[in-house]
Write a protein that binds this ligand. Structure first.
Ligand code: ZN
Length: 440
């Protein structure tokens, strides 16, 4: 199961499609064979007649999609009897329900570190880099641990500053001169603004790269969102967006071309499916379905992430031949159909990032009479010169959909978004029948 050598891994990423397929097929067989000692998969393989040791990549599509609710209802059925006991208990952030417990074995942690090492290498990180890590390493979260152990594998120095405390972050930036910051885009933007107020110029700080997580920085056509543009210009750096999740146990990271996040071929299979679970053609949007290879603690096969994106195949300008996952375009459960046009709240948030006077924003969705969704955008803005009609017209020009726009004070909007969760609620779904609630 080991063999996590970055030189070998890099050679594989530059190899031709056949060589990549061969390695993937081997890894898939190993993965399914281990999974077969878990009750859920044993039953599944018997029912479908799939022989894990002989499976091909094409055979995957014979298996049903798996959603989080199914794992939550009987998690013990997903733990292979053949797996060693866990050494780390991770949990998902629980933004869409109760947190899912994800046990990591020793090998899973090594796999996680290797995965992140390869992500950072894709972003051009070297042993000479010093990284300010502004994501949390505790609270049973896995992203911070993954970044940390990946950087350690590379041999880069890590400054584990953790989230928040922008003034203290600037003390650390001044003292240790990091060349790389890892963090959430909106926090890194706030950090740049705070730096300017404190008399530090972010673009003169010596930081050369930002590796981000949690919020998309690009649109489907790879162009930067307004937040991405602001971030790049405030710091004067390159941006590398990464995507992953606790249960995926794998992350993808952009290269310098900014045309999607490279999928680690030996660690992850990504499929993009339509609402009927069928594969969509390359470059078309659909739900991201993942099969993380080589996981021992909680192996997943065709797991639905609920995120919508596109997959791009073919050689990349950076020299790698691995497929790339485009920017996340939205959450499937939040998909809105407005008079025949499909949009996601994320697209509205991104469009409104261009209006500097607007602060926090939330969206409400209700059923309209014509099978369409009625969308209300509530924007926090204390500038009386900004008119709801002007904003609605701007949204129509960008998205071909004209939602109702309501302007309230920033304070009112912040209060309405505080629903007691860890993060503010940005989307309120009052639709009676949410099509994504259908279980598999
Ligand atoms: Zn590339």
């Amino acid at each position: 199961m080991n063999g996590y050598d970055w030189r070998e891994a890099l050679a594989l990423r530059k190899a031709d499609a056949d060589a990549i397929q061969r390695v993937r097929t081997e890894r898939l067989r190993d993965h399914l064979s281990l999974a077969a000692s878990a009750a859920w998969y044993a039953d599944l393989f018997t029912r479908t007649g799939l022989d894990p040791a002989m499976a091909t990549l094409a055979d995957l599509s014979r298996l049903p999609l798996l959603d989080r609710a199914t794992i939550e209802s009987h998690p013990e059925m997903f733990v292979p009897k053949a797996s060693p006991p866990p050494v780390d208990i991770a949990m998902t952030s629980g933004t869409t329900g109760k947190p899912l417990v994800v046990p990591y074995t020793k090998n899973d942690l090594e796999r996680l570190a290797f995965n992140e090492e390869m992500g950072f290498r894709t972003a051009g990180v070297t042993p000479e880099d010093r990284a300010l890590l502004t994501v949390t390493l505790d609270r049973c979260f896995v992203a911070g641990l993954a970044y940390y152990s990946g950087l350690v594998r590379i041999g880069a120095a890590v400054i584990r500053s953790g989230p928040g405390q922008p003034a203290r972050q600037w003390e650390l930036i001044e003292r240790f001169r990091p060349t790389l910051i890892v963090g959430v885009p909106s926090f890194l933007m706030a950090l740049a603004k705070k730096g300017r107020r404190l008399g530090f110029e972010p673009s003169a700080s010596g930081v050369k790269k930002l590796v981000t997580i949690g919020e998309p920085l690009r649109r489907a056509d790879h162009s930067l969102t307004p937040l991405g543009r602001d971030l790049a210009s405030a710091w004067g750096t390159e941006l590398y967006s990464s995507y992953g999740s606790t249960e995926m146990e794998t992350a993808t990271c952009e290269c310098a071309t900014g045309t999607g996040a490279h999928v680690h071929p030996e660690l992850l299979i990504v499929e993009i499916v339509d609402e009927n679970g069928r594969l969509v053609p390359d470059g078309e949007p659909g739900e991201v379905v993942v099969t993380p290879l080589g996981v021992e603690g909680l192996p997943l096969v065709r797991f639905r992430t609920g995120d919508v994106a596109r997959l791009h195949r073919g050689p990349c300008g950076c020299g790698l031949n691995t497929e790339r996952l485009g920017a996340i375009e939205g959450r499937l459960a939040q998909r809105l159909k407005v008079k025949g046009t499909t949009i996601y709240p994320e697209m509205i948030f991104q469009a409104l990032q261009e209006v500097r006077e607007i602060g926090p924003v939330y969206i409400e969705a209700r059923n309209a009479y014509d099978l369409s969704d009625e969308v209300t955008v509530v924007a926090g803005c204390d500038d009386a010169a900004v008119k709801a009609d002007t904003i609605a017209d701007m949204l129509r020009a960008r998205l071909r959909v004209r939602p109702e726009v309501v302007i309230k004070s920033r304070k009112e909007v912040v209060e309405a978004m505080d629903t007691g969760g860890r993060k503010p609620t940005r989307f309120f779904d009052f639709r009676r029948q949410n099509p994504e609630d259908r279980s598999q």
